[in-house]
Write a protein that binds this ligand. Structure first.
Ligand code: PMP
Length: 385
């Protein structure tokens, strides 16, 4: 067996969700929303399932969806993308995998930032890439010139960045992205920009795609996910957008991972991407309301939260909340003794983990959040005086 995969432990997400199910705990761990998906997108896909083709669609995605992706980014992000730059995949996860496979050769150095989304490193390693790990530092989790100076080397071939960032809930500012772009250009590196959370940003922020920065369109692969955009994480429809020659290589990798993605879901997503911008504003407002309700509730229960600029996660600082144990200890006891599941942030590190922060998901119905807040308060009493 290949130890890269054979030796991967059960993820913390499965472990915590399993415990939450078994113990009937409130699950604020795994990041799936329990409200807010658009019925008309589901109906469009249902109609396509019954009335449309159920055979292999075109390998790079149905024309309607590839066009819709281009139109969507022109309207929402002022990003000009040509249809032949778009490869439709089975979720953001596959877009990431196909992109890494298209770029990384044995021995290539790949820069990855911790906390790191869990799919990146095994695929980089399977391609023979050599990961170089850098870390964002709490509580601000900023991209700084110093961090980039010590992380990039003359051998950096690819840098993988996630913005907005799961789990730290940052939407990186334009100043930070400019620093990153300058480093990519200086080192002639390609950027794989995981932007699956692009629509979930708060407080009037606009998502800035990395590809829109000067000099970056020709060296950036942008990854998107309909599962995130429409709050339907089970759909697994995503895409990679790359400069044309790179898009061809990404498509060639995609061809032998899944080949295609269900055509009916692609039709639903094509329809959804064309919805009025007001739909996306309303979605953000709903998540912002859940965020504000949850942040007020956990603050009243004595927890100290870090700012939430994007995504539907919040990071909680344990010592600042008067809790003097590490994140794993807190999460294990919280789920067993107080009936609430959270994710320890150390799970997102491979080296030098941060061990004093929790990740909680607030994309839940009001009653789930209320129960979660009550149980978190009980969990805090297990540790705080
Ligand atoms: N990247 C990040 C940062 C994510 O949070 C997720 C979903 N949790 C993905 C990629 C995967 O997206 P999809 O479900 O479309 O495969």
């Amino acid at each position: 067996m290949n130890p890269i995969f054979a030796d991967l432990p059960t993820t913390i997400f499965e472990h915590m969700s399993g415990l939450a199910r078994e113990l009937q705990a409130v699950n604020l761990g795994q990041g799936f929303p329990d409200f807010g998906w658009p019925q008309d997108v589901i109906e469009t896909a249902a109609r396509a399932l019954v009335e449309g083709s159920n055979q292999y669609p075109p390998m790079r995605g149905i024309a309607e969806l590839r066009r819709a992706v281009c139109d969507h980014y022109r309207v929402h992000q002022q990003l000009e993308v040509a249809v032949d730059q778009v490869i439709v995949t089975s979720g953001g996860t596959e877009a990431l995998t196909a992109s890494i496979m298209a770029v990384v050769k044995p021995g290539d150095e790949v820069l990855v930032f911790q906390p790191v989304y869990d799919s990146y490193l095994p695929i980089v390693r399977a391609c023979g890439g050599v990961p170089r790990l850098a870390s964002f530092a709490p509580p601000n989790w900023r991209i700084t010139a110093e961090l980039l100076d010590e992380s990039f080397t003359e051998r950096t071939r690819l840098v993988i960045i996630n913005n907005p960032h799961n789990p730290v809930a940052r939407a990186f500012g334009e100043d930070e992205l400019r620093l990153l772009a300058a480093a990519c250009i200086r080192h002639d590196a390609i950027a794989l920009s995981d932007e699956v959370w692009e629509h979930i940003v708060f407080d009037r922020r606009r998502h800035a795609p990395l590809a829109s920065l000067p000099g970056m369109a020709e060296r950036t692969i942008k990854v998107g996910s309909a599962g995130k955009i429409f709050s339907m994480t089970g759909w697994k429809v995503g895409w990679a957008i790359a400069p044309t020659s790179l898009a061809r290589a990404v498509g060639n990798a995609h061809q032998f991972i899944t080949f295609t993605t269900p055509p009916n879901l692609q039709s639903g997503v094509a329809f959804g991407l064309g919805k009025d911008p007001a739909h996306f504003d309303a979605m953000r407002a709903t998540f912002a309301e859940a965020r504000d309700f949850f942040l007020a509730g956990i603050a009243a229960a004595g927890f100290s939260a870090m700012p939430v600029e994007g995504t539907y996660f919040v990071c909680v600082d344990l010592p600042a909340s008067g809790i003097d144990v590490d994140d794993v200890t807190f999460c294990e006891r919280a789920v067993r003794e107080a009936g609430v599941a959270a994710i320890p942030i150390s799970a997102f590190f491979e080296q030098n983990p941060v061990r004093h922060v929790l990740r909680l998901c607030f994309a839940k119905k009001r009653e789930t959040l209320e129960a979660g807040i009550e149980r978190l308060a009980a969990a805090r009493r297990l540790f705080a005086g």
